[in-house]
Design a protein around this ligand. Structure first.
Ligand SMILES: Cc1cc2nc3c(=O)[nH]c(=O)nc-3n(C[C@H](O)[C@H](O)[C@H](O)COP(=O)(O)O)c2cc1C
Length: 250
């Protein structure tokens, strides 16, 4: 065992308040965590591989119409739905659309909102300036062309089958994490996506017939990038611009 590997047996003595307490374990079921033990070298290899994969991810705005098996979309949603969530409420619904008629209605409604955003200046000058390098406009042809549109809804509160309601906690944080996992899963399997927010997005709830407790959070066209697709030449922040380390080493 490498020197920096903690010794699990002896480290238990660090805890005067074990989790779960015997009383808690009597009242609620607990299971042993199925943690994969990975040695230091393998951790470094995996860390680098995931970083390199993540570096290659780009949002694309021109997709190929080639069909994508439903099983791949299901796998990405299943991965996303492993996200941690406030009080384990999993306050999200993913609606996966391949139906051309529904996609066409979504495109039409999205372009109507985006025309107001871009052409009637609903987006203020500062916002438009921030978007300028991306060159986005009110044309959203990819909503028709991509084989799948996955619309992610946040559940503002829980609506039970009997009509009663319960509070959800940290909804935006939880759904944001699920969205991130979805993007990573889609990219990792070799497909592409674009987080798209043609706001206001209330039309998505109407077109997709979702219940009153759900609000559109973001939608994702999913497919293969159109061969030769171009993307803005963006620079990502360097590690020292996004990371502050306090390791007590001076
Ligand atoms: C919450 C969110 C909303 C976004 N909305 C849009 C959008 O409506 N239209 C669009 O073209 N791109 C949208 N994007 C994509 C960003 O422009 C893109 O992620 C950013 O320019 C960085 O490029 P990259 O994803 O290729 O790294 C959105 C991204 C996020 C995270």
């Amino acid at each position: 065992m490498p020197d920096d590997q903690p010794d699990a047996e002896s480290d238990e003595s660090l805890y005067r308040h074990p989790y779960p307490s015997p009383d808690l374990a009597d009242r609620h079921p607990f299971v042993e965590h199925d943690h994969e033990v990975v040695d230091d070298a393998e951790m470094r290899r995996r860390a680098e591989a995931f970083r390199a994969t993540s570096e290659r991810r780009r949002s694309v705005r021109m997709f190929s119409p080639d069909p994508v098996p439903r099983a791949l979309v299901e796998a990405a949603v299943a991965a996303a739905s492993t996200a941690p969530s406030g009080a384990h409420k999993q306050p999200w619904t993913f609606v996966a659309v391949a139906d051309p008629d529904v996609k066409a209605r979504i495109r039409e409604a999205a372009e109507a909102e985006e025309r107001t955003n871009y052409l009637d200046n609903r987006m203020n000058a500062e916002w438009q300036e921030a978007l300028a390098p991306l060159g986005t406009d009110h044309h959203k042809e990819f909503l028709d062309v991509a084989p799948w549109l996955v619309v992610l809804f946040e559940q503002r509160y829980e609506l039970r089958d009997d009509g009663s309601t319960r509070k959800n906690y940290y909804v935006k944080e939880s759904v944001g994490i699920a969205a991130g996992l979805f993007v990573a899963a889609v990219h990792d399997m070799g497909l592409a996506t674009l987080p798209h927010t043609p706001s206001p997005m209330a039309f998505l709830r109407t077109i997709l017939g979702r219940p009153e407790n759900e609000r559109p959070f973001v939608m994702f066209p999913v497919g293969r990038p159109l061969p030769g697709v171009r993307v803005p030449d963006l620079r990502r922040k360097a590690l020292d611009e996004v990371l502050v380390v306090l390791d007590g080493m001076g």
